[in-house]
Design a protein around this ligand. Structure first.
Ligand SMILES: Nc1ncnc2c1ncn2[C@@H]1O[C@H](COP(=O)(O)OP(=O)(O)OP(=O)(O)O)[C@@H](O)[C@H]1O
Ligand SMILES: [Mg+2]
Length: 358
């Protein structure tokens, strides 16, 4: 694992989001515009903080509509936040425009859920992987070809695949091409948005292993988005659990998985399907996720929460350190530290310890 840390030995922060808010305006009909009602908006993200260090993987978990992809796009400045900032290696992305932003972007890559729509399948594999080098004007043509072949190697594809058309490949191979393309410029940050969700179960583990290898090889900061903790538990050092655009819980992934604190995380873990059809987990679902246009007041999870009390309906709980190195936003989870002999760390995004503790 590469460690581009400073002289104090702390691991460098690659990307940092501070108070990220993203509201999408809703286009209103003429009649509602005439009634001059306040403009409605989708509250996709409502104040999210995140830090990802060099060589670290952070999982972003949550149900559909919780704001995972929005967060990923904001981290890469594919969209502009309504409020808050994103810093890449200390640079506020809002301070960059045009050519400067384009130049910085070569240090970032994104892998999407569906490789069929992310990859131009009429082009050869080599051309697809080479394209970011052409866009960023990196190297001569022959250097670009060499770098693209190297990236294919890294992605576990044999060189014989390079001249084939992308349309001839399987979904798993195509996702490897998309990954090769994302790493060809040697980015320091990759956002992978449910990269295994559209793949056959048989190839999902291979793609997860590929991300683990790439992280080790390239020292990447990796943000790995998924519906469920199970998918990220092998990869992600830390995870954040999102619900209606807020962080409900964060901490080390293995610890969250073993002993979730927040009632939402508990429900999420309990809803992971078990492959054996004779053995069903009890469905924790207490109704649908509410609309992000009119999110519930107080704790946004309260309408579905088995622990909800009157306070939860009116006051939004802060993300608090409930146990050493474990944060949750829930009035009903007590803070326990001193009497357990633990020490509160204070920063939910603290630099990971040397080596990967799981
Ligand atoms: N461009 C957009 N315009 C309007 N609303 C949007 C836009 N993008 C996302 N949203 C809304 O923002 C909320 C969060 O969406 P987002 O796609 O980030 O969720 P997600 O967690 O990635 O969901 P999924 O698991 O389905 O991919 C949703 O209510 C969604 O409908
Ligand atoms: Mg999404």
């Amino acid at each position: 694992m590469s460690d581009r840390g400073d002289s104090t030995g702390t691991v460098a922060v690659v990307t940092e989001a501070v108070g990220l808010v993203k509201h999408y305006p809703i286009s209103e009909s003429i009649s509602s515009r005439l009634t001059r009602r306040p403009k409605r908006k989708v509250h996709a993200l409502n104040g999210v903080d995140l830090k990802v260090h060099s060589g670290e993987t952070v999982g972003v978990i949550g149900e559909s509509g919780s704001g995972k992809s929005t967060l990923g796009r904001l981290l890469l400045r594919l969209e502009v936040p309504t409020e808050g900032q994103v810093h890449f290696e200390g640079i506020d992305l809002a301070s960059l425009k045009g050519e400067d932003l384009r130049r910085l972007r070569r240090n970032m890559g994104m892998v999407f859920q569906n490789p069929y729509s992310a990859v131009n399948r009429r082009r050869s594999v080599l051309a697809v992987v080479r394209e970011p080098l052409e866009v960023h004007d990196i190297g001569t043509k022959s250097e670009q070809n060499l770098l693209a072949l190297k990236a294919l190697d890294l992605a576990g594809l044999s060189r014989s695949v390079a001249q084939r058309r992308s349309s001839e490949l399987s979904g798993g191979q195509l996702q490897r091409v998309a990954i090769a393309r994302a790493v060809v410029t040697k980015p320091r940050l990759i956002v992978a948005d449910e990269p295994t969700a559209s793949l056959d179960i048989s190839v999902r583990a291979q793609v997860i292993n590929l991300f683990a290898d790439l992280r080790a090889e390239l020292g990447l900061a990796l943000v790995f988005i998924s519906h469920d903790l199970g998918t990220v538990s092998y990869l992600a050092d830390r995870s954040i659990v999102l619900y209606l655009g807020r962080v409900m819980e964060t901490g080390r992934t293995a610890v969250i998985e073993r002993e979730p604190l927040h009632p939402y995380t508990k429900a999420l873990i309990a809803s992971i399907p078990i492959p054996d059809p004779h053995q069903r987990r009890q469905a924790p679902d207490r109704g649908e996720i509410p609309s992000a246009v009119t999110p519930p007041p107080g704790c946004s999870y309260h309408p579905r929460c088995p622990l909800a009390r009157p306070r939860c309906r009116t006051e939004t709980p802060p993300l608090e350190e409930k146990r050493p190195s474990r944060w949750a936003a829930c009035w009903e989870v007590p803070v326990m530290a001193a009497h357990e002999g633990g020490v509160l760390v204070g920063d939910p995004h603290a630099s990971p310890p040397a080596g990967r503790s799981r």
